[in-house]
Design a binder for this molecule. Structure first.
Ligand code: ADP
Ligand code: MG
Length: 560
């Protein structure tokens, strides 16, 4: 049976697409520039086998110009260009991508190219901001040039035109400003610079614009030099992303500068981590551990995430899925040619690749921190001061599923060492007869140090970890044990069986005294009993089974 073909109402389809797939109108420039870059890439590829091209990679460029009076932005490339058939097929058919076909044809050779397009819709994004788009183009090797013109939904025309060189010129006429939309902004040099930096900084061909500058020239009229304006073609993009360069070729200062500029930080990063992966997913990552805690780090305002690029084009500014919560302080970029993007190229279609990348990055960050802890203790302590609390939150979150990953990175104050120590260091110092890891919680190290309950243990030379943050006891509770040594509060009940026996005897012998004290204090205390912890102090307060004072305080704080 003969099948009927679907007929799309192109007008409606175009309308629908233009107005619904993109969240930000400004990406139209990213799309048009990406197409120009693809066109250069394609001719570049042809040059590998076709001597008549006579151009090498460095000869390709993309020029940007504006005409404020005419309200137009023009993007010109000297790439492969289009003939009449190409125009019909690629710009006349929605969702037909010449670039996709090109990639299919080139197949395994794709390493030589970096073609961005694939869906065949990016071009039309221009109609979000334009009421007319004119494409003047001449295919490499052809004598005839063509002009394609459209005002959007009501179709397009193709006519012959004059154009001396191969390549394409896209002339975009901006819509009139409305109350909500200030399209004229796209005619401003600063705006175009901003958009190129944001979305197209790592396009591999120079994106240039004629800019007016001034130079000082000695004046014949006065002592002061004259300011003379002149026009210069300026390259607006950096082209080679710093993360694509070999680490050995990049000076530390360059990384620092990149970090400060990109992430708007005054301080240099504390650590730079580079990753270059090939395999299940190919990607490069450049990560930074900030040198200081961002002012809003422990607030809801702070957004975690890494910048995500696909072949040098920005896809997402803060991709949260690339970082686990416990490493949310990390900043940086990930660039992968392997992402399957959705049609707007703003999001990923499915997150399989992201999951792989995120998993690898988590391991990498962990191992870098572990290395720093081992080799550069002082630097690690600075890191700990800035972000240690986040690691502790990581241990207690999600029912402790991250504890194995994080427990070796934790630091606590030690009563005997008088400095921050790791759990491993604590356990390795434990005397043979010590069965548990002792901790004591309080407001500050000083206050804990003065607690009467600790005197006995301290006299025996037992090391006690001082917990000064509210989350610390939850950490101990979540970990339960470290290297088979359980955590125990140094303020809880008796320490061993014989001491407990003794306490029981004491309670019996001096029953009347304890009953009297309890009666006198009434409801202020739950129970009065002998302690095995005290040495020079007569009494102390203890939290019984379950919550400690610190945890009770914490819960009180949490209550609305
Ligand atoms: P995509 O880039 O995803 O293929 P677009 O809608 O952006 O989709 O572009 C459609 C097609 O039009 C491209 O695949 C390409 O074949 C062609 N095209 C667009 N711009 C140019 C250009 N500047 N030079 C040559 N061909 C172009
Ligand atoms: Mg495109």
């Amino acid at each position: 049976m003969a099948k009927e073909q679907f007929k799309a109402e192109s007008k409606r389809l175009l309308d629908l697409m233009i107005n619904s797939i993109y969240t930000h109108k400004e990406i139209f420039l990213r799309e048009i520039i990406s197409n120009a870059s693809d066109a250069c890439d394609k001719l570049c590829y042809q040059a590998l086998t076709d001597d008549s091209v006579k151009l090498t990679r460095k000869d390709f460029k993309i020029d940007l110009s504006v005409n404020k009076d005419a309200r137009t932005i023009t993007v010109t490339d000297n790439g492969i260009g289009m003939d009449k058939e190409d125009l019909e097929n690629n710009l006349g058919v929605i969702a037909s991508s010449g670039s996709y076909k090109f990639k299919q044809e080139v197949g395994d050779d794709t390493k030589d190219t970096d073609v961005i397009g694939q869906f065949g819709v990016g071009f039309y994004s221009a109609f979000m901001v334009c009421d007319q788009v004119t494409v003047r183009t001449r295919k490499f090797g052809s004598d005839t040039a063509y002009q394609w013109q459209s005002s959007g939904a009501d179709g397009y025309t193709v006519t012959e035109c004059d154009k001396s060189d191969a390549g394409t010129e896209v002339i975009m006429h901006l819509k009139d400003d409305t109350e909500d939309e200030h399209y004229s902004e796209f005619l401003e040099e600063w705006k175009l610079r901003e958009l190129i930096k944001k979305y197209s900084d790592y396009i591999r061909f120079p994106i240039r614009m004629a800019v007016t500058k001034t130079k000082k020239v000695a004046s014949c009229m006065s002592d002061k030099p004259d300011e003379v304006p002149y026009v210069e073609m300026e390259t607006l993009n950096s082209m080679v992303p710093i993360w694509q360069r070999k680490k050995a070729d990049v000076k530390p200062e360059e990384y620092n500068e990149f970090y400060r500029e990109k992430f708007h930080d005054f301080a240099d990063p504390q650590r730079v981590i580079t990753v270059s992966a090939e395999g299940a997913v190919t990607y490069k990552a450049l990560l930074f551990i900030p040198g200081a805690t961002p002012f809003d780090f422990y607030t809801k305002e702070y957004e975690k995430g890494l910048q995500l690029y696909s072949s040098g084009v920005l896809i997402m500014d803060k991709c949260p899925d690339l970082l686990p919560e416990h490493f949310r302080f990390v900043r940086g970029v990930v660039d992968s040619p392997d992402l399957s993007l959705n049609i707007s190229r703003e999001l990923l279609q499915h997150d399989r690749q992201l999951k792989v990348i995120a998993g690898n990055l988590e391991k990498k960050i962990k191992s870098e921190l572990a290395k720093m802890l081992k080799d550069e203790r002082e630097a690690y302590e600075t890191f700990w001061k800035n972000f240690g609390r986040q690691l502790k939150y990581g241990v207690v979150s999600e029912y402790g599923i991250h504890k194995d990953l994080l427990q070796d990175l934790l630091l606590f104050w030690s009563s005997t060492e008088k400095k921050l120590v790791t759990l491993d260091e604590y356990v390795s110092r434990m005397k043979e007869d010590q069965k548990v890891i002792y901790y004591a919680a309080g407001d500050t190290v000083d206050k804990i140090d003065k607690l009467p309950q600790l005197e006995a243990l301290k006299d025996q030379g037992v090391e006690i970890l001082y917990f000064t943050e509210e989350v610390d006891e939850f950490v101990a509770q979540t970990l339960r044990s470290y290297k088979d040594k359980e955590f125990r509060s140094a303020m809880d009940g008796a320490s061993d069986e014989s001491a407990q026996e003794k306490a029981k005897e004491e309670a019996d012998t001096h029953k009347d005294v304890f009953a009297f004290v309890k009666e006198t204090l009434g409801d202020a205390v739950a129970e009065v009993k002998p302690s095995t912890r005290l040495k020079s102090h007569p009494v102390c307060l203890t939290a019984g089974e379950g919550l400690s004072f610190e945890m009770e305080k914490y819960f009180q704080l949490m209550q609305p």
